[in-house]
Design a protein around this ligand. Sequence first.
Ligand code: SAM
Length: 230
Amino acid sequence: SAHRIDVVSIFPSYFDGLTLSLLGKARESGILDLRIHDLRDWTSDRHRTVDDTPYGGGAGMVMKPEPWALALDDLAAGSDRPTIIFPSPAGEVFHQKTAREFSEREHLIIGCGRYEGIDERVFEYAATLGEVRLVSLGDYVLNGGEVAAMAMIEAVGRLIPGVVGNPDSLVEESHEDGLLEYPSYTKPSSWRDRAVPDILLSGNHAAIAAWRHEQQLARTESRRPDLLSD
Ligand code: SAM
């Protein structure tokens, strides 16, 4: 059965890029059932209002709870406790292992916040419908959840069997084994006075594998020592 991902946003056209390339093909072939929704479709006033001023004061606007509740009711209907993801700079950090976990779920719903975020009670309400996850792309602040949602959809989507043509290319990537990826080269073997490392032209597969592993360790040690310490 197809993996279903519902996205709710006030800027659905952000997601037009997901018709391209591998994910676009996966959608066409039916492996990935990705549906983009406009939160304003669940408003009923003339102005299609989704925000209001914050209780307690402070700058900015907060997303009203009712349109979110109506959207979640509709999208979760008939689904057995979907995973409901809210991109948030105040959430757990998204990692490759999070992507893998989400890729094993049949139904994801992603709610993209804007302004100062969503009324807190929406997260409590969502927990009555499914498993709620607040997920951060990293320690910086974006204007909205859309870019974070797109990053997650790409990372999750490429792990769904059949999306990436050659499954071996997934295994050898950065972060899959806790290390950064080894350097890659293509033709020509000498380019602007720079040669490809001899070992890669040797045809000795065991020696190449050992060299690549050394490169992974050296890079990880110098660029991301934090990955080796835990
Ligand atoms: N006031 C919020 C705070 O300080 O936690 C930030 C709100 S931000 C301007 C608006 C929306 O962008 C958030 O509701 C969230 O959906 C999204 N967002 C911002 N930074 C993010 C990040 N690092 N990861 C994931 N989503 C993010």
